[in-house]
Design a protein around this ligand. Sequence first.
Ligand code: ZN
Length: 271
Amino acid sequence: MPELPEVETTMRGLTPVLLHQRLTSVEPRRADLRKAIPVDLRQRLTGATVTALARRAKYGLIGTARGDTLIFHLGMSGRWRVDPTKVEPHDHLLLETDAGRRLALNDPRRFGFLDLLPTAELDAYPPFAAMGPEPLGPTLTGAYLLAALNGRTAPIKAMLLDQRIVAGLGNIYVCEALHRARIAPTRAAGRIALPRLERLADAIKAVLRDAIAAGGSSLRDFAHPDGALGYFSKQFRVYGREGEPCACGGVVRRRVEAGRSTFWCPACQRG
Ligand code: ZN
């Protein structure tokens, strides 16, 4: 499924198409995805000029000069297609700009969603209100993790997947970051000392930056906004590599809990 790096690369791909452009046509093609599409979405966006594109966790944000922000989530299979030659069955929102550019939000499984609200109300939007800091932002440091994890007995892996601790981290990048930081996924979160949490904060940023640089994708058929296919899996150090050698000489292991796989190397992730 699209993770934070895919959403980030999507926003970077959408920016040259949408920024400072006026939306001349806004066409939702169904009433709902995972939840209802706002009924006034077409009316509020048509004729509006896009003034900002941003990302919060795994949500894409498209702001307009009218003071509204279109929020999208790509769910399991969502992606934007740029200048599609024809409308496809799973294109659920079509946009057109005054420069003649066209965009289609395509989502076969429809776990994604679209929402629209006044930009001034973004911080209070329920998915955002209790969200922790952005992993690539300045707030995420070893000292922040030390304070946020203080007294917590849950495994560090579960804590990193908790959006209230850090926003937007998914299973793949948590596995990769813990491996880079040489921390066992099962380690009690509140019992990790500051120097190792500093290493962990750095590792989280590094795996995400590397993925973004690679145009990262965790979904085989994910298409970048420019239409190119993106792969990152060949650069994973532990994710999806059960039984393969780790760079340290150990062997990558996999464990499944609640339908979710943890990949780690018991040889170098000891602490
Ligand atoms: Zn190892």
